[in-house]
Design a protein around this ligand. Structure first.
Ligand code: GLA
Length: 385
């Protein structure tokens, strides 16, 4: 929603007051390559996107919090004291309250406020709307409190909230990308050191599209935790032979140490995905876009066959894309089991491709695909106020 429209909605809900209204925005993210290796200390290559979460916030010296979202139009009221003590209950506002609690713990003052959230991210698409809610909340509250904002620390704080308060055992990638994005650039993020380098994304004749399966994401969390446990098993096997702190440090030759075929496949994905990320950065830097496209496709095969986190719908999107003449690469992105894929499509054929894909996807799955042109954008920002 545009600033004026959202401001009008805010006033309609909460009424006028003396205090200023601030409008913040945190983008969603898409991961170009480097899947399921952030929690293995590897390198990933995400980028912030144009779609994301807007927050209108008006702080006051009451001790009441009112929180609503334009998506369901329900207003939640808490005293600040209550908000700082509530445990997560599976609601979207868990992310907001978790961040407030963590900030409070670190000595950032949390006052009364009226908050309205709005999102133009497709729901349940795996484009990190939860990270966007966390990051926009932390950024807004820190700015309101005149607290210095270090974007790296902001991401680490939000990941902690997701891990401890919400109870999702995610890595650092999503929160980092949402906090640190830069227009026209992806971030080569070293997830061990939590340091990144901006990599210009100039795709020449090609457009990056986000393709949404529109498949309700089920089992993502349990499968995600299962994969993490399998990686821990692989690390323990290698760790019995030598000192190793992260799975991404493993050498290809060490695959031989693993006899369990499932654990071996998981390890093979981790090792080869780390290579593909570094090769992708070389390809992008030297303008070899077709080479980059091939690495994306290879990543998908590895996620499908070795890591086993794709699914019929994601595979359908990728297969259909690769059958299109103007496509030079495609893969699932994010945690998998539904959510989105990305594809590199020749600019001249984007429109035809979208029609072709939707038709083919519906015929194959009975579902409607979403097709979005990606704009690579800045991280969290104050829009107005
Ligand atoms: C989810 C998690 C990330 C990352 C990806 C898979 O998006 O939140 O930390 O592990 O899955 O690459």
């Amino acid at each position: 929603m545009e600033n004026d429209e959202l401001r009008a909605k805010f006033l309609e809900r909460y009424g006028e007051s003396e205090e200023a209204i601030h409008h913040y925005f945190a983008p969603g993210r898409v991961n170009l390559i480097g899947e399921h290796i952030d929690y293995n200390g590897g390198h990933v290559l995400p980028a912030a996107i144009g779609m994301g979460v807007h927050m209108m916030l008006r702080a006051d010296d009451s001790s009441q919090l009112r929180i609503a979202s334009t998506l369901d139009d329900i207003e939640h009221r808490f005293s600040v004291e209550e908000a700082l003590a509530l445990e997560a209950s599976g609601q979207w506002y868990d992310y907001v309250l978790g961040v407030l609690q963590e900030l409070h713990r670190r000595g950032v003052p949390v006052s009364g406020a009226d908050i309205l959230l709005d999102s133009d991210l497709p729901i349940g698409a795996g484009l990190s709307s939860s990270a966007a809610v966390e990051v926009v909340t932390a950024y807004a509250v820190m700015r309101m409190a005149n607290h210095p904002v270090d974007r790296r620390e902001l991401a680490i704080l939000c990941q902690l909230v997701e891990n401890r308060h919400v109870g999702v055992n995610c890595g650092i990638m999503d929160q980092y990308a949402v906090a640190n994005g830069k227009a026209g650039h992806a971030m080569l993020l070293d997830c061990d050191a939590i340091e990144s380098e901006y990599i210009p994304v100039d795709l020449g004749d090609y457009q990056l599209l986000i393709l949404h399966t529109n498949k309700p994401r089920k089992l993502v969390e349990s499968k995600y935790n299962e994969r993490r446990a399998e990686c821990d098993q692989a690390l323990a096997i290698l760790g019995a032979q030598r000192e190793i702190s992260y799975l991404c440090e493993a050498e290809f030759e060490e695959l031989e140490l693993v006899s369990d075929p499932v654990i071996k496949r998981r390890l093979r994905h981790v090792i080869t995905e780390e290579w593909r990320v570094l090769l992708s950065v070389e390809a992008l830097k030297s303008g070899e876009i077709e080479q980059f496209g091939q690495l994306l496709t290879a990543s998908h095969s590895s996620l499908r066959d070795d890591y086993e986190v794709s699914g019929d719908e994601l595979d359908a999107l990728v297969d259909l894309s690769l059958d299109w003449k103007g496509c030079i690469g495609a893969r699932m992105t994010g945690a998998g089991f539904g959510g989105c894929a990305i594809a590199l499509i020749h600019r001249d054929s984007v429109k035809g491709f979208a029609e072709y894909l939707k038709e083919g996807y519906e015929a194959r799955t009975g579902l409607m695909a979403g097709v979005y042109e990606t704009v690579i954008s800045d991280g969290v920002v104050l829009v107005d106020g």
